[in-house]
Design a protein around this ligand. Structure first.
Ligand SMILES: *Cc1c(COP(=O)(O)O)cnc(C)c1O
Length: 397
């Protein structure tokens, strides 16, 4: 009965050989800083930005030091000031409210639905409370982006998208990150391309792009960018945009370029794994699988399901039994934040009102990573362990 899974939930794939070669070349010439180029040379970072702009279909792209940096830079570039209120998801990860707090602004939390997307009715009700929404596509769940943009356009709300879990995803064929004024991405090890730390922001807006480049620490070297607006746009902003250094470097850009080129194939591999786990878990008594909107092409780099209305001790028993068989689950319902599972009421620097409907979802929310180092057979074994253990605990309840 008790086969055990022995894979590692935090082990990603190695960097592609082509990326290692390109990184070695950067190490050998020593020009790691993005503006340190030989005559006639175009930096790896500038090339990566151009490729990322092409990948998303955006006019402009900027590579930066982290996803969290991209979020903070976007807030500054759209003009958020200390004391401003910024709408954001109650269900997200700490870098999102953290970016808002870091610019001195105040998060206003919007609830989460059973589909794990932002509650658009709640957003509509709160639309008069802020001029900016930082929308987190948490764990790759895309809400009805057409309705969201209609609500925000009607209320004059500028949207910044947190695409840490949706790089490579689309809504109705349009890349995630291309609906709002700015899209922000992370290239941290646990996301879809891996440079340890890193991030991007994309936009079509001339002034936002120029301000973001200046903010990121371009000094007056902005003409070295390939995916940025013309010098005339910088002329208008360069004296009043502060430098908040957070550049990407050529070493990280070198290892990201081949990973970006391979991302479409990687998305297929992720979704194959996701499909095996989802199919295997579906129908387990007491377990609610999250149905995906057909308009969303997601990236199944992690999977979530709900143990709705389970008593906390039963959830804990299920987590223990799965862990004993090598399956590591994360729970967003614990009394204390653990690892990355904090939620809106854990962030005490940001005042919040209780949200009973969202609390019910978060209390039952289970999260599991699906690294590409897992085979399809691994995924089938994980699903069978989940089915056995969750089913057994539920039926004993
Ligand atoms: C990872 C992540 C970010 C950005 O994180 P960094 O570690 O700063 O790159 C932002 N939002 C979410 C939801 C994330 O998971």
């Amino acid at each position: 009965m008790s086969t055990r899974f022995t894979g590692n939930f935090t082990q990603q794939e190695p960097i592609p050989e082509e990326g290692i070669e390109a990184a070695m070349a950067v190490l050998r010439h020593g020009r790691l800083h993005r503006y340190n180029t030989a005559p006639g040379e175009v930096a790896q970072t500038a090339l990566l930005e151009q490729e990322f702009a092409d990948f998303t279909g955006a006019k402009y792209a900027l590579a930066v030091a982290s996803g969290g940096y991209a979020l903070g830079c976007a807030l500054r570039a759209v003009g958020v000031k200390p004391g401003d209120r910024v709408l954001t998801n109650a269900f997200t990860l700490a870098p999102v409210p953290g970016a808002i707090a870091a610019v001195g602004a105040v998060p206003v939390f919007v609830g989460v639905t059973e589909g794990l997307v932002i509650d658009l009715d709640d957003l509509e009700a709160k639309a008069d409370q802020a001029r900016v929404l930082m929308l987190s596509h948490m764990r790759g769940h895309l809400c009805d982006m057409d309705r969201l943009m209609a609500i925000c356009d009607a209320a004059g709300i500028t949207v910044i998208e947190d695409c840490a879990h949706t790089m490579g995803a689309t809504w109705n064929g349009k890349a995630s990150g291309r609906f709002g004024a700015v899209g922000c991405y992370s290239t941290q090890t646990y996301k879809h391309i891996n440079s340890g730390e890193g991030g991007f922001l994309v936009t079509d807006d001339d002034e936002i792009a120029a301000r973001a480049v200046m903010l990121s620490g371009s000094y007056m070297l902005y003409e070295r960018h390939l995916a940025a607006p013309g010098a005339d746009v910088f002329e208008a902003v360069k004296y009043d945009t502060p430098n908040v250094s957070g550049r990407m470097d050529n070493l990280r850009a070198a290892i990201l370029r081949p990973q970006l080129a391979a991302l479409p194939q990687q998305v297929v591999r992720w979704n194959d794994r996701y499909g095996v786990v989802e199919q295997g878990v579906r129908g387990t008594p007491g377990v609610t699988v999250i149905d995906r909107d057909a308009r969303a092409r997601f990236v199944g780099s992690s999977i979530q399901f709900l143990l709705l209305d389970w008593p906390a001790d039963k959830v804990q028993e299920a987590l223990r039994r799965c862990a004993a068989r090598g399956v590591e689950l994360k729970w967003f319902g614990g009394a204390e934040p653990v690892g990355f599972t904090s939620r809106y009421d854990s962030w005490r620097y940001a005042p919040s009102q209780p949200m009973p409907q969202s609390d019910r979802i978060l209390r039952g929310l289970i999260d599991m990573r699906l690294p590409l180092t897992f085979s399809l057979e691994d995924c089938a074994l994980i699903a069978s362990i989940l089915r056995d253990e969750l089913g057994a605990v539920f039926q004993a309840a």
